[in-house]
Design a protein around this ligand. Structure first.
Ligand SMILES: [Zn+2]
Length: 168
């Protein structure tokens, strides 16, 4: 339990760092890792909808929350998938990757971090808890005979841990 607590504190810290952007900063904030830019109170993929590109615009580089989370080996959603029938494995991985890619296209901060093969299945991590919830629901919808168990870590952290188990 001690280890988990330490971990959650780190997550909370990472979330606070979102507010590192000084209030009233009129310049441009860019993530040096993924190139996302911050304007209109949110992180975007690019500058396409940024209307105030002036000359001499002040530019500030700041690692975006998703990149920071990945860099610090943190996550906000974890989906553990157990008992995967061998003949479903490739389709399952493909489904998760496609889902993660779509989520990223919609929001630069919603990312699939990793699909890790472990002895008894897969561990999928995401930068956003609702993305993990949606991936789990989608897997159940597609593969049907699956039990889902969801638990959130104690507030104020909102890391979600989901366990999916194929019923054989
Ligand atoms: Zn980034």
């Amino acid at each position: 339990m001690e280890k988990r607590k330490q971990y959650d504190d780190k997550i909370i810290l990472a979330r606070r760092e979102k507010h590192e952007i000084p209030k009233g900063f009129k310049g441009l904030v860019l993530c040096p890792i993924c190139g996302a830019s911050f304007y209109k109170k949110a992180w975007h993929h690019n500058l396409r909808n940024y209307k105030n590109l002036k000359e001499n615009l002040e530019v500030k580089f700041l690692i975006c929350p998703a990149c920071r989370m990945i860099k610090n080996k943190q996550f906000e959603g974890e989906v553990k998938i157990l008992n995967i029938p061998q003949n479903n494995l490739d389709n399952l991985i493909h489904l998760i990757e496609a889902f993660g890619h779509r989520a990223y296209l919609i929001d630069s901060q919603h990312r699939l971090i990793n699909i890790k093969k472990v002895k008894d299945g897969l561990i999928v991590t995401t930068t956003e808890n609702q993305l993990a919830v949606k991936i789990a629901k989608k897997i159940k919808e597609v593969f049907k005979k699956i039990d889902i168990k969801t638990s959130y870590s104690p507030s104020p952290s909102d890391v979600v841990y989901i366990k999916l188990e194929f019923r054989i």
